[in-house]
Design a protein around this ligand. Sequence first.
Ligand SMILES: Nc1ncnc2c1ncn2[C@@H]1O[C@H](COP(=O)(O)OP(=O)(O)OP(=O)(O)O)[C@@H](O)[C@H]1O
Length: 268
Amino acid sequence: MDGLFIDDISMRFDLPNGGHVQALKNVTLDIKSGELMSVLGPSGCGKTTLLNIVAGFLAPTEGRIKLNGHEVTGPHPERGMVFQQGALFEWMNVRDNVSFGPDMKGMSRKESAEKVEHLLDVVGLQDFKEKAVYELSGGMQQRVALARCLANDPDVILMDEPLGALDALTREKMQSLVLDLWKDTGKTIILITHSVEEALLLGERLLVMAPRPGRVHKEYRLPFADLGVGNDLREVKKHKEYAKTREEILAMIWNMEEEIMGRTEESA
Ligand SMILES: Nc1ncnc2c1ncn2[C@@H]1O[C@H](COP(=O)(O)OP(=O)(O)OP(=O)(O)O)[C@@H](O)[C@H]1O
């Protein structure tokens, strides 16, 4: 019963002009507790829609989501979300952002403070806890977002391009942090990214989605996330399977995008 079951999900958006968009069609995925799955695919293939349905922000038009045996019917702290940016409380300092969830749940001040101290250690922000969010760099803000999500002790962490706005070096450091958090906490993680390299490095499962309608195109099981835990990710990239899989996926997504462009030109 443990784990996340995405059971034959379809999502159709009806448009004001009478048309509709089939954002997802018959998506089924069985994600075991503690798995880290990255999701790639061309723009518009339904990645964010899928994540929003798992988060409970959207109700699918068909199918259902089950987490640890019970049906998901709306948002709940058991499913935490980390966005690309902008989801922190700008007017609060780092510590108050992280303690927000525990405080709302009515956790005692002592327990909440201990939890926050621990999480600030985990994400490397001990020296910044009194700082306001706007004083932090983009990378640090994403560390706060991770700590804030972990403070609710979710079973599943949903990440929508969490590192997409960061410079290359900070992004690399944050990729290592995500891997460490995954191994240390044993959380189930679904991570959407537009970077093929990131999807390869972080996903022990990698899902490639296709558009129109949004669906699962291909799935990989990869060794790189395990190899990357506690190790230099640049070394992992030297693995002989890495370059081969990277080229295969790049070609796959390239072809999908070419097909979309062709269809768009035909209908123009
Ligand atoms: N609320 C909505 N109303 C109408 N159409 C929508 C809505 N939300 C999403 N869509 C459409 O559903 C499809 C899937 O969108 P979604 O944002 O999930 O794709 P995505 O793969 O996350 O794209 P991107 O990589 O660009 O973020 C797109 O065609 C989008 O325009």
